[in-house]
Ligand binder design. Structure first.
Ligand code: UDP
Length: 362
C-alpha cells in the first residue's frame, strides 16, 4: 500500500472491525498482526483428519442483543441457527445449565413450578448446595482461588431463571458462521483499502521512527506490552488445551460439558462437530474431535486469556491508560488492550463506537 492513513495493530475481532469500518470510510488501512494469521483467539483450524472446525483457543459462540453488531457481522458471513447449551457433570450425573428449573429439579429430586423456585432457593441450605456443586469447584479451578475472592460479576455471567429455558445465553441472536470463523475475518479484511501484514509486531518506538510516524494507530495488543511493561505486568489467567480425535460419531452428545468438581483437573470438554449440526455428513461420520480445557496460572510469556480483576491490577491498568492517553493519535481497545473480559459482540460494539469517536473520520 502506497499511502497509509491509519495503522491497526492487532487483527482480532476488535482490530478487524476497526479496519473494515475505516476502510469503508475511505481510509487506507495497514493491519499489522504479530501472529502468523488474523482472527486473534477466535481463529479456528480445520482438523486435517476430519475437516471439523476446531476452536483452537476454546469454544467461541457468537451471541448478542446489540442489533448494530448483529447487522454488521452478518454482512460478511451467514450464521447457522446454533443455540448454545452447556451441560454440567457433577458426581457422575449430567445437568442442564444455567441455574433454572431443569437443574434444580433434577439435583434435589423435586418438581418445582416456576413460581416456587425463588422461595425454594431461599430456603435452608439449597442455595449453598447448588453453589458448592456447580460453582465452587469450577470457579476455584478456573481462577486458582476460592469464589469468594473473585469479582462477583464473573459468576453472574451465568444466568439464573425460574423457567425450563436451557439456552446458556440470554441473547436472542446467536450462531456460528456457516463457513467458519476464519471466513468472517478474511472477508472483513477483504477490501481494497486494507493491507494486512502478519508476523509483524507493533511497537511505539519503531512506529515513531518509521515513515509512518504520526499516522494514527488503533492498538489491541496488551496495553502493558505497548509501554515495555515499565510499571510491571498485568496479571492474566491462562489455559492449556489437550486435543484428541476419537473414532466415535459422538462423544458427549453436545458441544460443551463442564466438569464442576474440584477433583477433575479440567474445567470442560469441547466437542466441536456439535457447533455445525447443519453438516449432516460430519455429524454421521464415526470420528469426532474433542478438547479438554485446563486452567493455568499465567506467567510472563504465556498466552493471556482472562484478565484478573483486583484492586492492584486495576491501579496498574490506570497507570498504563494514563500513558496511552498521552500518545497523540493512539486508540487502545479489545480484550488485551482494555484488559476487560469481553464477549465477541462487545468487542465489535466497542470497535464500532471507537471508529465513530476517534477523530480519524469525518
Ligand atoms: N462458572 C461455574 N460453573 C460453571 C460455569 C461457570 O462456576 O459450570 C463460573 C466460573 O467462575 C466462570 C464464570 O462462571 O469463570 C463465567 O462462566 P462462563 O461460562 O461465562 O465462562 P467463559 O465461557 O467465559 O470461560
Amino acid at each position: 500500500m502506497q499511502n497509509v492513513d491509519v495503522v491497526v495493530a492487532g487483527a482480532g475481532i476488535w482490530g478487524c472491525t476497526v479496519a473494515r469500518c475505516l476502510a469503508e470510510r475511505g481510509r487506507r488501512v495497514l493491519v499489522l498482526e504479530s501472529r502468523s494469521a488474523v482472527g486473534g483467539n477466535v481463529r479456528c483450524e480445520s482438523d486435517p483428519d476430519t475437516g471439523i472446525e476446531v476452536h483452537v483457543y476454546g469454544s467461541h459462540i457468537f451471541h448478542t442483543h446489540l442489533d448494530d453488531v448483529w447487522r454488521f457481522v452478518r454482512r460478511f458471513v451467514e450464521f447457522n441457527g446454533y443455540q448454545h447449551k452447556v451441560m454440567a457433570r457433577y458426581r457422575g450425573k449430567t445437568y442442564f445449565l444455567p441455574l433454572g428449573l431443569p437443574l434444580v429439579n433434577k439435583f434435589f429430586g423435586v418438581e418445582l413450578a416456576p413460581g416456587e423456585l425463588p422461595a425454594f432457593m431461599a430456603e435452608g441450605t439449597h442455595r449453598a448446595q447448588i453453589f458448592d456443586a456447580f460453582f465452587r469447584g469450577y470457579t476455584s479451578k478456573q481462577w486458582g482461588r476460592p469464589p469468594e475472592e473473585i469479582d462477583p460479576t464473573i459468576i453472574q455471567r451465568v444466568p439464573v431463571r425460574a423457567t425450563y429455558d436451557v439456552n446458556y445465553f440470554n441473547d436472542y441472536n446467536q450462531g456460528i458462521p456457516l463457513t467458519g470463523y476464519n471466513s468472517l475475518f478474511d472477508r472483513m479484511l477483504d477490501h481494497p483499502n486494507i493491507a494486512v501484514e502478519c508476523n509483524r509486531a507493533f511497537d511505539l518506538a519503531g512506529h515513531a521512527a518509521s515513515p509512518l510516524a504520526g499516522v494514527p494507530v488503533f492498538y489491541s495488543g496488551p496495553i502493558d506490552r505497548l509501554f515495555g511493561y515499565r510499571y510491571g505486568e498485568l496479571p492474566w489467567r491462562s489455559l492449556a488445551f489437550e486435543r484428541e480425535t476419537l473414532d466415535v460419531a459422538d462423544f458427549q452428545g453436545t458441544s460443551v460439558v463442564n466438569y464442576t468438581e474440584a477433583e477433575v483437573p479440567y474445567t470442560r470438554i469441547h466437542e466441536f462437530k456439535h457447533y455445525h449440526p447443519e453438516d449432516a455428513d460430519s455429524m454421521a461420520r464415526a470420528k469426532t474431535v474433542i478438547m479438554r480445557e485446563y486452567p493455568r496460572a499465567w506467567k510472563s510469556g504465556d498466552e493471556p486469556y482472562y484478565p484478573v480483576n483486583t484492586p492492584e491490577s486495576q491501579s496498574l491498568l490506570e497507570r498504563y491508560r494514563a500513558e496511552a492517553a498521552k500518545v497523540k493519535g493512539l486508540t487502545v481497545g479489545g480484550r488485551l488492550g482494555e484488559y476487560r473480559y469481553y464477549d465477541m459482540d462487545q468487542s465489535v460494539g466497542r470497535a464500532l463506537a471507537a471508529v465513530e469517536s476517534c477523530g480519524v473520520i469525518g
